[in-house]
Design a protein around this ligand. Structure first.
Ligand SMILES: *[C@@H]1O[C@H](CO)[C@@H](O)[C@H](O)[C@H]1NC(C)=O
Ligand SMILES: *[C@@H]1O[C@H](CO)[C@@H](O)[C@H](O)[C@H]1NC(C)=O
Ligand SMILES: *[C@@H]1O[C@H](CO)[C@@H](O)[C@H](O)[C@H]1NC(C)=O
Ligand SMILES: *[C@@H]1O[C@H](CO)[C@@H](O)[C@H](O)[C@H]1NC(C)=O
Ligand SMILES: *[C@@H]1O[C@H](CO)[C@@H](O)[C@H](O)[C@H]1NC(C)=O
Ligand SMILES: *[C@@H]1O[C@H](CO)[C@@H](O)[C@H](O)[C@H]1NC(C)=O
Length: 366
């Protein structure tokens, strides 16, 4: 998301749009591309069309998303004898287990396509292993799985996996991006993160197509309730007109952040056709944001970079996001190059003077 002005909105929406789309089939991509090209005249339509989360596989999800609050199993562990088969662990228990001492967790979401072997989840985990100071962060990562297959694969590789409950309704039909089902999924994530805040946890939310190359915690702002990465950063950490990207956020749990998330979620009713990020852009200058008193900060891409704007210094980079990139194959190709660049960097004995990334390569072809 970007600014409230229509010109920058459309550009940033474009990067948003490019960022998404990986779950879509080739046909859908083509279709949406055609749509996209056909509508370049209309900033508003572009604006609506743009969102990074269409990557989420919405199959079989909608009905569970339709329920106002998530069905979090509330097990009283003291009721369970050691002999009983392992019950499903509640979201809260998983958060508690994953939490740092200062009640901070790292949260990502995962669907089947991203969880397949050699897909994004493998790269995501690999980045933690070869990143600087990131290995010990893995135990704090909670993976919210959106379908059973993602949960199954996650459980094989990782400790703290949570499967969002679903109803039996089958939504196996093609889920076209920006449909009502799609929007429900977007809002479901905001709802989930609101609950995390209400349970008293601070979090970093990270998309799984973000490589963690260095521990980002030292780069979080010491003040600021709500901190967000950018597709493009223009130099002012306080300016919500940076082209923000919801794929990486750091949020402190307090009254202000909880109220802000609730209002954000509620604002969807005023913009039934928009997803959370577009609604954020609509409400960010509203007086009630000032009234809540929430402090927002925006991250420099030198630390939190991506394919839209690569980090200009590999000696400083913490994360690299496969944003501005259509298609899972392209994301995979280029994120593999990011990890190659990183391994190469680690093997050097002298500091790197001028950073040159191999990326974007395939992602640039869009
Ligand atoms: C859990 O079970 C114990 C013992 O049955 C009971 O004392 C306690 O109140 C229960 N806690 C909750 C949260 O239900
Ligand atoms: C809690 O986390 C530890 C390691 O971080 C792991 O070994 C353990 O299985 C986890 N417990 C549950 C219930 O997830
Ligand atoms: C949705 O779930 C049903 C079973 O609940 C399954 O048979 C079907 O294949 C699933 N659809 C997709 C697209 O995963
Ligand atoms: C929480 O604790 C971890 C581990 O000690 C630390 O790296 C991190 O900076 C702390 N988080 C915040 C927001 O201070
Ligand atoms: C939130 O506000 C209430 C009432 O104003 C106060 O009692 C509580 O301590 C606050 N909680 C936090 C986490 O700041
Ligand atoms: C690095 O960049 C600076 C300008 O930013 C340039 O003057 C210098 O020649 C570059 N060095 C190398 C080795 O490319």
């Amino acid at each position: 998301m970007s600014s409230s002005s229509s010109s920058s909105s459309s550009s940033s929406s474009q990067s948003k749009f490019l960022d998404s789309g990986f779950v879509m089939g080739q046909k859908e991509v083509t279709r949406i591309l055609i749509l996209f090209l056909g509508l370049t005249a209309s900033c508003l339509v572009l604006y609506k069309a743009a969102y990074p989360l269409q990557r989420l596989d919405l199959n079989n999800l909608t009905s569970r998303l339709a329920s106002p609050s998530p069905p979090l199993p509330n097990l009283n562990s003291s009721d369970i004898s050691p002999e009983t088969p392992k019950p499903k662990i509640s979201f809260k228990e998983i958060l508690e287990n994953a939490s740092m001492k200062n009640k901070t967790v790292i949260i990502t979401t995962l669907n089947q396509a991203w969880a397949e072997p050699n897909s994004l989840f493998d790269l995501f985990l690999e980045s933690f292993r070869i990143g600087q100071g990131t290995q010990q962060l893995l135990k704090h990562v909670v993976v919210v799985c959106l379908d059973p297959k993602a949960f199954q694969r996650c459980s094989q590789l990782h400790t703290n996996c949570y499967h969002i409950e679903t109803s039996e309704t089958d939504f196996s039909g093609e889920k076209v991006y920006n449909t009502p089902d799609y929007l429900k999924m977007m809002w479901r994530r905001i709802e989930l993160l609101t609950q995390v805040l209400e349970m008293g946890f601070n979090f970093i939310f990270t998309d799984a197509d973000i490589m963690w190359l260095r521990d980002p915690f030292p780069r979080l702002y010491p003040d600021g309730d709500f901190q967000m990465a950018c597709d493009r950063f223009f130099g002012n950490p306080y300016d919500s007109d940076n082209w923000v990207n919801g794929g990486f956020t750091y949020v402190r749990s307090n009254n202000r952040s909880i109220e802000f998330y609730k209002l954000w979620h509620k604002s969807r009713l005023n913009y039934p056709d928009l997803h959370d990020q577009d609604v954020f852009n609509r409400i960010k200058h509203e007086p009630f944001i000032t009234e809540i008193g929430i402090q927002m900060r925006f991250f420099d891409t030198v630390y939190f970079g991506g394919f839209c704007q690569t980090s200009r210094d590999i000696n400083l980079v913490c994360t690299m996001h496969a944003n501005c990139c259509i298609g899972l194959d392209k994301k995979l190709h280029d994120l593999n190059l990011v990890l190659d660049d990183w391994r190469n960097y680690l093997s050097l004995s002298e500091p790197v003077q001028n950073t040159t990334w191999s990326v974007p390569m395939k992602c640039l072809e869009d």
